[in-house]
Design a binder for this molecule. Structure first.
Ligand code: ME8
Length: 658
């Protein structure tokens, strides 16, 4: 039974903003593969998730004024966030891991300790070039034109005390794995890895696996100033999600080693070099395969939020349907190479394959079954070898050929085979001219019935094989053609003649309407141009309450009622007002507050306000401020608004708030 398990993963995504079609590409491919394996009868584990630690997230959270945890919580679940996109794209993952999940964090601490314990992690100091967005250290020789070799951005000099993983110790074994097995595919990626990272000057370098310059990460349990390098933390998700070093799951025996990790080409290095080396260090079985897919570019350029040329999957699936989009991604671009996304190509693929070929075949066939046979599938009683054999032979051989391509992750080729069969069936309609046969039902009715049966049988087999790519549309085609569950199985896709005569055939809705290319291109271009201008808004951050403080800390804050004795604008500042306050001590207190935009100083004289009076004094525009006035800040008509907290004048100056 062992070979009936299949474990497949996507990369876990950084929850740092809105995802684009490039992100969806890998997950849709993984979904198609997972659905295909389920169809073949495998017990499938399809894992995806989010990679939530690291400096990038810490910085973004700071920018948004929330804690890193609040930031990632929001973005994972927000409209346009990861969960939302996978739901939209009909992604059938079995498990979703977040690297901030407690069980994962605890497991990473144990893993780090184990590797430290066996001597493969040691303490040293790191001096090198650091790429902040990629969170990667590089040596001078690895830089390309002085910039990060992965993303091409500026790097900075950095030095810190750090733990290192003895990657160098495993260089020989990893080299052998890459060169002499099928571990990494496509093969074209192997030499790049070996030449650039193992057979390079100095050989495979030890990897820096802890950081001290920020705190948002898994703390190294035995050395609290350090957090675990985000890639060590992230890569082990593939095993902790099955229960490695934790009690949350118990699926290791069933699913490890993974059958395949699908990853984008720029992260092949981590998956094909360090990941196996980590596993070797722990004496764990290696995944069977890492498949490095290509990138989707847009109009010849790398998709990037800052360039504003990202393609929004929400927009496209709203216009053309999720299945059309899923299909387009896997039908058009060879999985292992880069692809160039253009609006023309998308519309052309939908029109040619889905509207013309598949849509037409289904609607013509079902319409004829309704018109000539009252929607009851006739029997195939009068075959004509000359006309029928070609079609029947092609469709009968289809499943096994398709399987050969799917097993190699060649989605484009698998779909090409199915569409060759669809095109053959459309030709078969023309060759048999059913409308001519229908003119004399008495003489030709049996032959006409046979022709229709052959067409519906072709539709059935093609639909089974298209299900992993377009699950919802295929379900509808099965309904229209009367194919029940027993006619939708993997086994039945290799058998001609399974659809029982007599089932009800109905012409239903047009599944793939044709798109007017010129009009649509104009419209899409306009929408995408607008989005470019707006540089795609980040996922909205919900208002959040501040992090909790304990009661004792809170009680240390000294809030007092204060009376405004005088209030004036601060010279050369259009923001600050200077208050002279009676705080009940007998000595005037001076507080500066950045509220000039909302108040005239003279209107405030005599008012009773609330101030926190035990903050350390600080200088603003050369003047000392001894505390802070409390205001309510909110948004009014899209603009920030502020109201000083004013209390009843009967409250005496100096009254303590508690
Ligand atoms: O790399 N075309 O996360 P990520 C195709 N957290 N694929 C693309 C793409 C494009 N235009 N843009 C991005 C990470 N991707 C890590 C993974 S795994 C242990 C940790 C792909 O959110 C990219 O290649 O930056 C990568 O495989 C995936 O999206 C996630 O990218």
């Amino acid at each position: 039974m062992d070979n009936k398990h299949f474990y497949i993963t996507t990369p876990i995504y950084y929850p740092s903003g809105k995802l684009h079609i490039g992100h969806a590409y890998c997950t849709v491919a993984t979904d198609a593969m997972a659905r295909y394996k389920r169809l073949c009868g495998y017990d499938v584990m399809f894992l995806t998730g989010t990679d939530e630690h690291g400096q990038k997230i810490e910085d973004k959270a700071k920018e948004a004024g929330v804690t890193p945890q609040q930031f990632v919580d929001n973005i994972v679940a927000a409209p346009g966030g990861v969960l939302d996109l996978w739901k939209l794209m009909n992604v059938s993952y079995d498990r979703f891991i977040r690297t901030t999940d407690e069980y994962h964090v605890a497991a990473i601490q144990k893993i780090f300790k184990k590797m430290y314990g066996n001597g493969d992690i040691y303490k040293g100091s790191y001096k090198g070039k650091y790429c902040k967005p990629c969170e990667s250290f590089w040596t001078e020789s690895q830089l390309v034109d002085g910039k990060c070799p992965d993303c091409g951005r500026e790097v900075v000099d950095a030095e810190e005390e750090a733990y290192f993983f003895r990657a160098s110790k495993y260089a020989g074994r990893v080299r052998d794995l890459l060169l002499n097995t099928d571990f990494l595919e496509p093969k074209s990626r192997v030499n790049e890895m070996v030449n650039n990272f193992i057979d390079c000057e100095g050989g495979l370098q030890d990897l820096c696996v802890s950081r001290t310059s920020f705190t948002w990460g898994v703390p190294v349990g035995f050395d609290p100033g350090h957090v675990v390098y985000v890639w060590l933390d992230a890569l082990f998700n593939y095993m902790t999600a099955l229960g490695y070093q934790n009690g949350k799951y118990n699926d290791l025996e069933k699913f490890w080693p993974a059958d395949v990790h699908f990853v984008g080409k720029e992260i092949v290095r981590f998956h094909a070099i360090y990941w196996p080396a980590f596993l070797m260090s722990l004496d764990l079985p290696l995944p069977k395969k890492v498949y490095g897919h290509g990138w989707l570019n847009f109009n010849g350029d790398k998709m990037s939020k800052s360039k504003g040329n990202v393609v929004d999957p929400h927009l496209l699936s709203e216009r053309y349907g999720v299945d059309a989009l899923r299909f387009f991604l896997l039908r058009t671009f060879p999985f292992g190479s880069d692809g160039n996304f253009t609006n023309e190509l998308l519309i052309q693929t939908i029109n040619t394959d889905l509207a013309n070929d598949l849509g037409n075949l289904v609607s013509r066939t079902t319409a004829m079954a309704e018109k000539y046979f009252g929607g009851r599938l006739p029997e195939a009683r009068q075959t004509n070898p000359e006309l029928d054999e070609g079609l029947i032979a092609q469709v009968s051989a289809l499943r096994d050929q398709y399987e050969g391509q799917m097993e190699k992750y060649q989605f484009q080729n698998a779909l090409e085979l199915v569409f060759k069969a669809v095109q053959r069936a459309n030709k078969y309609i023309d060759e048999n001219a059913p409308w001519a046969l229908a003119k004399d039902m008495e003489a030709n009715g049996t032959r006409l019935g046979t022709v229709l049966y052959h067409l519906l049988e072709t539709v059935r087999i093609c639909t089974i094989l298209l299900t992993p790519f377009m699950p919802e549309s295929c379900e509808k085609i099965f309904q229209q053609t009367g194919a029940d569950a027993s006619c939708q199985t993997w086994d039945s896709a290799a058998e001609w003649g399974v659809l029982p005569a007599g089932v009800t055939v109905r012409k239903g809705e047009n599944l793939f309407p044709r798109i007017d290319m010129a009009q649509e291109l104009e419209e899409l271009g306009r929408i995408q141009e607008e989005a470019k201008k707006a540089a795609l808004p980040a996922v909205a951050i919900e208002p959040q309450l501040e992090e909790k403080v304990d009661f004792e800390t809170f009680c240390k804050s000294d809030f007092r009622a204060v009376k405004v004795k005088d209030c004036q604008r601060v010279k050369k500042s259009d923001k600050l007002l200077k208050f002279t306050l009676d705080d009940g001590t007998g000595t005037d207190r001076q507080i500066l507050s950045g509220i000039a935009k909302w108040y005239n100083p003279e209107d405030l004289i005599g008012k009773t306000l609330i101030a926190i009076v035990n903050l350390p004094p600080r200088k603003m525009m050369g003047q000392e401020s001894q505390g802070m006035l409390i205001s309510a800040v909110h948004t009014e008509k899209g603009e920030e608004a502020l109201n000083l907290l004013m209390v009843d004048d009967k409250i005496p100056a100096g009254a303590k708030l508690c």
